[in-house]
Design a binder for this molecule. Structure first.
Ligand code: SF4
Length: 445
């Protein structure tokens, strides 16, 4: 159970020595209760108090990590019901299911395509996370399917079988990895818990009600397995939404430790791709930790990856690109220097327009703390001084002889100050919208 600030204060040394950077132990306790600082900042907490505080500070949802050959998918550690309250922390893993009994060549071809599939989204490389290999009752076919995946990809795995003997064979085939073992139910949990302990792998718990899930997680935890994943086995879309939301709420708001684990969802169980897509969308939004698809197609994967990225982006931190001087269309010393900010969408809007025009230019991306042009200007983060600082820091003058610098039209007001900051440069005011940049470059520069 999370402790209040006063309860935490009672466990601190109460000497107000200030070494933690706060004026009093009470001030530090309040920050700890709000999870804004780490306990390690106080060097004087006694071991017993530390254990109590560490338990109360543990996130209400356990972090579960799948590992394979240096690749990891970490899910959980969430602390809020809604993204705007703080942020969601770990992106749900997107997996594609392959079934034992399918021709090995087909599996390895698919695995190879998924391995290679990456998309660039505002400067980030996005891709799928792994494979779920489902047994068909034949351990040799199960191992064959796992090996076929491994012949083309080393992404983490979910192994699917409720038969402990078949699961044991599958785990042997990926010895040294930590796949998700799916799964333990009321009939097999003891044997599955043994396998999870033996292979140090997380274990999925399968039940059809929240009460049964909670009972089973307690039993499996009692058997010594801590890393668990929950499958509430929803029969339809409405139940999936209701069950995932109830589990998330009970774990985060009621601190129900027996439900404090990520959930796995199987949208691929749907009868058609359209429904699979809708179910996957819902699972990403509310509140799956692992999402297992049956269909791989770029037109399905791309929107899911973008949706996931947007939901799991910290709303308080704009997506940024690295400030610096960027070359577009192989510019030379006679070409102009355009200026923009390091907000990703702003940068890509400008860069794409210039790139598409085929005209060469230098693009100076000023550090505006990830804000767009007007927002940064209004916040005092994008001014003549910062632009001039960028010109000097990235040694722009050594790259050009023309020395023409183009301000975004929205900050035309900065042109006078920039002339003072850069007296040997010609300052021009460009268009307000990125889409007008190619015309401006052709007709005005
Ligand atoms: Fe109190 Fe520890 Fe901070 Fe010192 S370092 S003021 S003892 S909380």
């Amino acid at each position: 159970m999370a402790l209040s600030g006063i309860q935490i204060y009672k466990l601190l040394p109460q000497t107000n020595c200030k070494e933690c950077g706060f004026p009093t132990c009470l001030a530090f306790a309040m920050k700890l209760a709000a999870k804004q600082v780490e306990l390690d900042l106080c060097p004087y907490v006694e071991a017993e108090a530390k254990a109590q505080l560490a338990e109360s500070a543990a996130p209400p949802m356990r972090l579960v990590t799948l590992k394979a050959n240096g690749n990891e998918v970490a899910v959980g550690n969430e602390t809020v019901l809604f993204r705007h309250e703080k942020r969601f922390v770990n992106l749900p893993g997107l997996f594609v299911r392959v079934k034992a009994g399918t021709a090995a060549g087909d599996i390895s071809t698919l695995a190879g395509e998924i391995e290679k599939y990456t998309v660039d989204y505002v400067g980030m490389e996005l891709g799928l996370d792994g494979f779920a290999v489902e047994a068909n009752g034949d351990s040799a076919a199960f191992v064959g399917a796992i090996e076929a995946v491994r012949s083309a990809s080393h992404k983490p795995l979910v192994l699917i079988s409720t038969d402990p003997a078949i699961m044991a064979e599958g785990l042997r085939a990926v010895d040294g990895e930590a796949p998700l073992i799916y799964g333990a139910n009321a009939d097999n949990w003891e044997a599955m818990a043994d396998l999870a302990k033996q292979h140090k792998a997380p274990l999925a718990i399968i039940a059809s009600t929240i009460g049964e899930l909670a009972d089973l997680t307690e039993k499996v935890k009692g058997a010594g397995v801590d890393d668990l994943v929950l499958d509430p086995s929803p029969p339809d879309m409405t139940s999936a939404l209701a069950l995932n939301t109830q589990i998330w709420r009970l774990a985060l708001k009621q601190n129900e430790r027996s439900l404090g684990y990520p959930v796995i969802a199987f949208p691929g169980n749907a009868s058609d791709v359209a429904t699979e897509t809708v179910l996957a969308t819902q699972a990403i939004a509310k509140y799956a930790g692992f999402v297992v698809l049956d269909t791989f197609a770029p037109e399905l994967a791309y929107p899911l990856l973008v949706l996931r990225q947007n939901i799991y982006t910290d709303p308080q931190k704009p997506i940024q690109v690295q400030p610096g001087i960027y070359e577009i269309n192989d510019p030379g010393p006679e070409d102009p220097v355009l200026v923009t900010t390091n907000f990703s969408i702003t940068y890509f809007s400008v860069a794409n327009e210039v790139d598409g025009s085929g005209l060469p230019a230098w693009l100076l991306v000023a550090d505006a703390e990830g804000m767009s042009v007007l927002t940064a200007w209004a916040a005092g983060k994008f001014d003549a001084e910062r632009i001039a600082k960028g010109v000097k820091e990235y040694d722009v003058a050594s790259k050009v002889t023309n020395k023409t610098i183009v301000l975004p039209g929205h900050v035309a007001v900065l042109s006078g100050e920039l002339e003072e900051e850069l007296p040997d440069w010609t300052v021009r005011v460009g268009p307000r919208e990125a889409v007008d940049i190619p015309g401006f470059m052709k007709d005005v520069l």
